[in-house]
Ligand binder design. Structure first.
Ligand code: G
Ligand code: G
Ligand code: MN
Length: 529
């Protein structure tokens, strides 16, 4: 990764880190306010239904009483009773007799008949309803007249619709849900389209969003009545404010935390090559050796040098810095450190076993310069080792430029140093390029070895790699062996060498020397015995 693209990614991630928590907090606040608005409209509609039911029962009570007493219609006795009933029920304004769209007499005690116009609708049980009746001169809003069997009940629905804390913008209405095309009987604040008047089962309710409104419908349990309440979503924004005061500062705190973390991590990542360069100068790198064994004899025949970085008291593993080192090219300095350490360590190992070898890992950038060849030559010179005591492992990424790679491999091999392809199978390399590179050995990656004895799809790959390596006459080393089953499978397939926790984990020079001494001791007792 180039520095500029690194910065671009850090800026992009940083921006997301700042925007995301704020966006999420606004979203949370909105959801909270929406839920709140939904329950408010539903409460309003329910209250309206309860009042309508109450009005309906007052109406039924008055009707049955008037029918039961059998006073002659419009007689003074009947008008007196009507008056008494109208006064005692809070939703009924007046009661009268209706005939040919006229109130002939009523509790209002007017002398002339009053025109109330034709019915707007006739309900299931034959009651007539008039929604827009104007009776008094001083009336400010239309009244509702419900009539049945000649008796008329004048209801002021605005009393029902006068809800507590309706606040700005809330609209409520009552309608008869059993109608094919329901229409409002009455409404407070107006502005309710008929498309909202949905027919739902008795005793149920529904809440939905439509055209910028939160709408709730509640239908009465018994009476053929339903209420609608609507609240413009625009006001939800106002309710959002108290939530926003909590969530947005919280979001900002999260955003700052995340932005700081991103900045911190990107600073570390961007400065990693610089840190590696100074680590190479200060000799903070050291090496551990992981033994390579002969699968036939189980002898330690060599070891792979694996670099470690001791950074202010902490050991950093190669996976954390090799990729950055390869990208920036600093890896060549690290390779030089490893080569220097190996040159110093080799004499100790060769003193115990003169045929022992150490494998050094090379990366792409190492393959671009002939300095690497000189470096290897220097290792041999300073350690007084023979070329067979030094091996080179190169990953597939080293071989991106096939012609150049072939030339470098030939140069290294001309020193007498063996070259293996590392982590085989994990990169892009194909059989055809393996054929032409002129390698000595192939290391099967541990990700393939892991699949031995399992029935995963890749478990079939290991035998193929082995057969291919045999046909190219390559020495085969298997990596990451952890079980005896894996070892015996590989041995039976003719794999020559192996490396893995089953035989030995990466260890320091002293431990490796001790292991070699122990091995020599066992062998000499065998020879003597
Ligand atoms: O031991 P392990 O975590 O040690 O090694 C992790 C990876 O780092 C291995 O794939 C190995 O190839 C790589 N690696 C270890 N040491 C070196 C080194 O000195 N040079 C390069 N290029 N890669 C190394
Ligand atoms: O360069 P190379 O990819 O060979 O590096 C070997 C890596 O694999 C190192 O990180 C080493 O610690 C790790 N390793 C070596 N042997 C085993 C093993 O048996 N099991 C597992 N899981 N990892 C191993
Ligand atoms: Mn390796």
């Amino acid at each position: 990764m180039r520095r500029s693209s690194g910065i671009a990614i850090a800026v992009a991630v940083g921006s997301v880190a700042v925007v995301a928590p704020i966006w999420i907090s606004i979203q949370l606040a909105w959801n909270e306010a929406l839920a709140n608005a939904k329950s408010r409209v539903q409460n309003h509609a329910s209250l309206l239904v309860r009042r309508s039911e109450e009005a309906e029962s007052q109406l039924n009570h008055a009707k049955s009483l008037l029918n039961a007493v059998h006073f002659p219609p419009c007689s003074p006795e009947e008008v007196a009773l009507m008056q008494q009933l109208a006064v005692t029920s809070n939703y009924i304004q007046a009661i009268g007799r209706v005939s040919y769209n006229q109130l002939t007499c009523s509790s209002l005690r007017t002398s002339a008949p009053i025109d109330i116009g034709p019915a707007n609708l006739i309900t299931e049980n034959g009651a007539e309803e008039r929604f827009n009746v104007w009776i008094f001169k001083a009336q400010t809003h239309p009244l509702l007249v419900i009539s049945e069997d000649g008796l008329a009940f004048i209801v002021d629905s605005s009393l029902m619709e006068d809800l507590p804390e309706t606040g700005p913008g809330i609209t409520v209405g009552i309608f008869v849900p059993s109608q094919r095309q329901p229409d409002l009987i009455s409404t407070a604040n107006g502005g309710i389209p008929t498309s909202w008047l949905r027919t739902i089962p008795k005793g149920s309710s529904t809440t939905f969003l439509d055209d910028g409104y939160v709408v709730s419908i509640v239908r009465a349990q018994q009476a053929d009545i339903a209420a609608v309440a609507a609240y413009p979503s625009i006001y939800i924004g106002q309710q959002l404010q108290p939530f926003a005061f909590i969530f947005i500062p919280l979001g900002l705190i999260c955003a700052c935390g995340l932005a700081w973390a991103v900045a911190h991590i990107s600073r570390i990542r961007l400065s990693l090559p610089a840190a590696l360069r100074s680590a190479a100068k200060r000799k903070e790198f050291y090496v551990e050796y992981q033994p390579i064994i002969n699968l036939e004899t189980l002898r330690f025949v060599g070891a792979e040098a694996l670099v470690r970085w001791r950074r202010s008291g902490r050991v950093v593993r190669p996976d954390e810095f090799i990729p950055a080192a390869e990208e920036s090219g600093v890896i060549t300095l690290i390779t030089a450190c490893v080569a220097e350490i190996v040159a110093a360590d080799l004499p100790h190992l060769l003193a115990i076993d003169p045929d022992f070898h150490i494998a050094i890992n090379l990366s792409g950038p190492d393959f671009l310069t002939t300095d690497t060849v000189n470096l290897l030559r220097d290792v041999l010179a300073t350690s007084h080792a023979r070329p067979c005591n030094l091996h080179v492992e190169a990953t597939e990424r080293c071989f991106l430029q096939a012609d150049h790679s072939r030339w470098m491999i030939a140069l290294i091999r001309s020193l007498g140093i063996a070259v293996s392809i590392d982590d085989f199978g994990t990169g892009y390399s194909s059989l055809s390029c393996l054929e032409t590179l002129g390698l000595d050995a192939l290391k099967i990656d541990k990700s393939f070895v892991e699949t031995i004895g399992t029935d995963g799809a890749t478990s079939q790959v290991v035998p193929h790699i082995i057969d291919m390596a045999h046909s190219l006459e390559l020495v085969i080393v298997a990596e990451g062996i952890e079980t005896a089953t894996q070892a015996s499978f590989l041995r039976s397939r003719g794999v020559h060498f192996a490396q893995g926790w089953l035989f030995g984990k990466p260890m320091n020079l002293a431990s490796l020397c001790a292991s070699l001494h122990a091995q020599q001791a066992v062998e000499s007792t065998k020879v003597l015995g």
